[in-house]
Design a protein around this ligand. Structure first.
Ligand code: EPZ
Length: 429
């Protein structure tokens, strides 16, 4: 097992190139199943969630071939068994997108319940509601979610909650259903729009993605195509937060400015200078960090996937009290006890965290507990005085391509080292 070792205190300067969006890639890759053809997907991030999805496709009989570091050719013509077993599905949340993709292609799907970050209860009732509205029968037994349907028909579906996953899965199941599906109260995240654009490039007829009403007119078949994934809004936001925490000035390259608006606005409130330059954004911190309040909401609100990273920055405010209201997840504050060991002053009560701006943090041994919490611990370590060691980095490497290389490229003192057997054993426990 490996860990990150960070010697904090360096300010960050230079440029960072943003990779393809994880949450778009993990929806688009399963979607390729819908075309009994060959798809070429560009700007695919090199992260473990993507590698696992490619392994699942290979196990299903698809052919996955890297044309270069970030371009992949996927041939799904030979897939016959619409099954994803526990051993594969448990590694990530997005494995459940094969439910919608298999339903759309085969009229049946047998997928073991997904894994993913632990924020408390993560129900999938809205996914099932959508599948059943399209005519599928959904059961759960023998460790599988089973969805079957002789013929799917378009339906008017109203989501009870705004759900990225349910929006993705219902779109995937609906693209080949007979007739029109109207999905109300749909998620509007950039990765929803990216998936719709990919499916339309394959011959689907989807309109309204990016609004809360998505219309899918079923088609008989989809064909292959070539598509490039959008840049990762959350990866970019993570590097913006890192500069805010450490000080310095960094050009974040290959972003879509509109996607960054909610994060930019919040950092400006905190006294960080942001300059948009076309498909880049320069982040500069010259003054003390100001306290602020954050409420996480579905897009275009402030993204919950940036919540832990911003908490790390708010700990470093010089005085003042900030309040974070986690509007999406039951418990996304599992990182707080780790931050407290660095000198942070945070009180959590349910979905509310009250953060005192203590102005500085000290390095400590930390254990990542999920993807974005792990990224937040890296940010805290970069800003802290002294050394921070972060274990369980497999969580972080699920969603950040070459994190250490990109940070070292802007002056961070961070490296990956092997853990001793004892340290590794403790992490497993
Ligand atoms: C996606 O998770 C992202 N994951 C998460 O990002 C992100 O935090 C989340 O959307 C919110 O933006 C991927 O895209 C792979 P939801 P998802 O369905 O789809 C409730 C990261 O760091 N809900 O939008 O699982 C649910 O409990 C990851 O990249 C139901 O009640 O989230 C939550 O309160 C972590 N019933 C809310 O909706 C359902 O059937 C939003 O969840 C589905 C969801």
């Amino acid at each position: 097992m490996e860990k990150y070792v960070i010697n904090g205190g360096n300010t960050l300067h230079g440029e960072v190139e943003i990779s393809g969006a994880k949450n778009a890639a993990v929806a688009i890759i399963p979607a390729a199943v819908l075309a009994q053809d060959v798809c070429v997907i560009e700007n695919v991030p090199n992260i473990s969630d993507v590698s696992i999805l490619f392994q699942i496709l290979n196990d299903l009989g698809a052919k996955v071939r890297y044309l270069n570091k970030n371009t992949v050719e996927i041939d799904t013509r030979n897939i016959t068994e619409p099954v994803v077993p526990y051993e594969s599905a448990r590694h990530l949340r997005a494995s459940y997108y094969f439910l919608g993709a298999f339903l759309g292609r085969f009229g049946e799907a047998h997928v073991s319940p997904p894994g993913g970050c632990n924020f408390g209860v993560r129900p999938i009732d809205q996914h099932i509601k959508g599948f059943e509205a399209l005519g599928a029968t959904v059961t759960t037994d023998y460790g599988f979610i089973n969805a079957t349907c002789d013929e799917m028909f378009g339906s008017h579906i109203y989501l009870d909650v705004v759900s990225v996953g349910a929006t993705v899965n219902i779109m995937l199941a609906a693209v080949r259903a007979k007739g029109l599906t109207i999905l109300e109260n749909a998620a509007k995240e950039p990765h929803i729009v990216d998936l719709a654009n990919f499916l339309n490039a394959m011959g689907a007829q989807i309109s309204g993605a990016g609004t809360d009403v998505i219309k899918v007119r079923g088609v008989k078949a989809l064909h292959g195509g070539c598509y490039s994934i959008i840049p990762d809004q959350i990866e970019a936001g993570t590097y913006m937060a890192a500069v805010a925490a450490t000080g310095g000035s960094v050009l974040i390259r290959n972003i879509i400015p509109k996607h960054m608006d909610c994060i930019t606005a919040k950092l400006v409130e905190m006294g960080i200078a942001i300059e948009e330059q076309g498909d880049s954004i320069r982040v500069t911190r010259q003054h003390d960090i100001q306290r602020t309040n954050i409420k996480t909401m579905p897009y275009p609100g402030f993204p919950t996937d940036m919540q832990p990273q911003m908490a790390a920055v708010l700990c470093l405010a010089n005085g003042g009290t900030s309040i974070i209201n986690e509007g999406i997840w039951e418990n996304r504050f599992r990182y707080v006890d780790e931050f407290k060991r660095m000198g942070a002053a945070i009180q959590v009560d349910g979905k509310i965290a009250v953060i005192e701006g203590v102005g500085h943090l000290t390095g400590a041994p930390l254990r990542a507990c999920d993807l974005r919490a792990g990224a937040a611990m890296v940010i805290a370590g970069l800003a802290a005085s002294g050394t921070t060691e972060i274990s369980c980095i497999h969580f972080i490497e699920r969603g950040y391509e070459n994190l250490v290389g990109k940070l070292r490229g802007v002056g961070a003192d961070i490296q990956i080292v092997n853990q001793s057997d004892d340290e590794a054993a403790q992490d497993v426990g």
